[in-house]
Design a protein around this ligand. Structure first.
Ligand SMILES: NC(=O)c1ccc[n+]([C@@H]2O[C@H](COP(=O)([O-])OP(=O)(O)OC[C@H]3O[C@@H](n4cnc5c(N)ncnc54)[C@H](O)[C@@H]3O)[C@@H](O)[C@H]2O)c1
Length: 374
C-alpha cells in the first residue's frame, strides 16, 4: 500500500481520489493509464490517508465530502467508501490570492507550526506528499516542501514552483534523506505534451520553428486564480521552457514561443481548450503552418500522471533513492531538473534507470530497441 498525503483538496485531488477507487475496482485490464504497474504497484494500491487545506468549506470535513465541496466541480464519478480522513487546517501563507478569498475562504481554525505538521506526517507514516496548491503559492509550496523533507515523505510537486529543479531545495531533501519529484505536472495528453510533440516532430523532419503560441482557456478555480498576472511568472517560464527544450538551442527560440494560460471562461468548468499555432520554415524556406485545437478534461490529464508519479516516488523510496533524481521527473513534469528534447527520450531514460534499479514498469510504451542498453 502507498500512504499518500494531499496538500490542497481542490479539483485534481477530487479526480485523483476518485480515480484510485475507479481503478481499484476495474481489475482485469485497466484502460487509460500510462502504466498499469509501477514498481510492483497498481493504482489500487494507493491510499489517501492525510489531507490538508485552508478553506472553511473543506477543513474539518471527511475527505469523501470535502472533494465535492465548493468550488470544486469534478462530478461524482464513483461511489466512494468511508475514508476516515478528516481534512486538517494548513498554513495559509500566500496560497489564497486576494481575488480568490470568496472561492477559498480561510477557515478560522488555528494554523499549525511547521514542526507540528512534520510530526503529524511522520506519525501517519506518509510515503508521498502531493503538492496541489494554487499557482503563485510560492511561500506555501516551500513551507510544505520543508515539511516533507523534514518528515522523510517523498514530495511530489505538481505546481509551477521551482523546488525539485532548485539545487538549494534538492540539497535540502538530500540532507534529510528524502525524495522530491517535480516541477509542474505535465498532463497526460495535455497542451504541453502535444505542443512538445509537435515541436519535436517539426525539428526531426528538418523544419525550423519561426514562431509558435499555445493559448489555454478553462473555467475552474485554477484558471480563475491565474487571472492575477502577478502569480503567473513561474507558470509561463515552466510552460515556455517545456516547449523550447525540444529545440537544439532552447535559448534562441524563447522570444518566439508563447505558452501560457490565456483566459477564464466559467461555463467551461474543468474542460480545457488549447489552441496551438506553429509557423515553420520548411523545404526551400517555404512556410508550413500548423493550427491545432485540443479539448480535454483538465483534471483527468493531471490525475493520469499523478497516479504514475505517486507509485514511482514510492518505488524509489523503497530502493532508498533520495534527493532530486532528474531522470525520474523528466517525462512527468514540465519543468524538471533535467529537461529532454522529447517525451520519448525522457521515457527511454526513465526505463533504462528503472531497469538498473530493478524496478518494474509495465507496459513499456516504447519499442525495445529505444531503451534496451544490452
Ligand atoms: N492539468 C492540471 O490540472 C494541472 C497541470 C499542471 C499543474 N497544475 C497545478 O496543480 C495545482 C492544483 O490544481 P487544482 O485544479 O486542483 O487547484 P484548485 O484551485 O482546484 O485547488 C487548490 C486547493 O488548494 C487549497 N489551498 C489554498 N491555499 C492553501 C494552503 N496554504 N494550504 C493548503 N491548501 C490550500 C484551496 O482551498 C483549494 O482547495 C494548481 O497549481 C495547478 O495549476 C494543474
Amino acid at each position: 500500500m502507498i500512504r499518500v498525503g494531499i496538500v490542497g483538496v481542490g479539483n485534481i485531488a477530487s479526480m485523483f481520489v476518485q480515480s484510485v477507487e475507479f481503478y481499484r475496482r476495474s481489475g482485469g485490464e485497466p484502460r487509460g493509464l500510462i502504466h498499469t504497474n509501477v514498481g510492483g504497484y497498481s493504482v489500487g494500491d494507493i491510499k489517501v490517508v492525510y489531507a490538508v487545506d485552508v478553506s472553511k468549506h473543506k477543513v474539518g470535513r471527511d475527505l469523501k465530502e470535502a472533494i465535492f465541496a465548493k468550488p470544486n466541480q469534478v462530478p461524482k464519478l464513483v461511489e466512494l467508501p468511508e475514508t476516515g480522513v478528516v481534512v486538517r487546517m494548513g498554513r495559509v501563507l500566500d496560497g489564497v490570492a486576494e481575488h480568490m478569498v470568496e472561492e477559498f475562504p480561510p477557515s478560522s481554525a488555528p494554523q499549525p507550526e511547521l514542526e507540528e505538521l512534520v510530526d503529524e506526517v511522520r506519525s501517519y507514516s506518509i510515503d508521498v506528499l502531493a503538492n496541489l496548491l494554487p499557482v503563485g503559492s510560492r511561500e506555501a509550496s516551500r513551507f510544505y516542501a520543508e515539511v516533507a523533507a523534514k518528515s522523510g515523505a517523498a514530495f511530489v510537486n505538481c505546481v509551477p514552483e521551482f523546488i525539485a529543479s532548485d539545487p538549494q531545495y534538492s540539497s535540502l531533501f538530500e540532507k534529510h534523506g528524502a525524495l522530491v519529484l517535480g516541477d509542474d505536472i505535465k498532463g497526460q495528453i495535455g497542451a504541453t505534451a502535444v505542443h512538445r510533440a509537435l515541436a519535436s516532430l517539426v525539428t526531426t523532419r528538418g523544419g525550423e520553428i519561426v514562431e509558435s503560441y499555445q493559448l489555454n482557456v478553462g473555467g475552474n478555480t485554477d484558471f480563475k486564480n491565474m487571472l492575477d498576472l502577478g502569480r503567473l511568472d513561474s507558470k509561463k517560464v515552466s510552460k515556455t521552457m517545456a516547449v523550447a527544450a525540444t529545440q537544439p538551442n532552447p535559448d534562441t527560440v524563447l522570444d518566439r514561443i508563447f505558452a501560457g494560460p490565456s483566459g477564464y471562461i466559467p461555463f467551461l468548468g474543468n474542460t480545457k481548450v488549447s489552441y496551438i499555432y506553429m509557423k515553420v520554415s520548411g523545404f526551400m524556406g517555404l512556410p508550413v503552418v500548423i493550427d491545432l485545437k485540443l479539448t480535454v478534461d483538465d483534471k483527468a490529464m493531471a490525475s493520469a500522471v499523478l497516479v504514475d508519479v505517486v507509485r514511482l516516488a514510492k518505488a524509489l523510496k523503497d530502493r532508498g533513492i533520495y534527493g532530486s533524481p532528474g531522470w525520474a521527473s523528466s517525462f512527468y513534469f514540465k519543468h524538471p531538473p533535467a529537461p529532454t528534447r522529447s517525451d520519448e527520450e525522457a521515457l527511454a531514460v526513465l526505463y533504462r534507470e528503472l531497469e538498473k534499479l530493478k524496478i518494474p514498469i509495465e507496459p513499456k510504451r516504447l519499442p525495445n530497441w529505444v531503451f534496451n542498453t544490452a
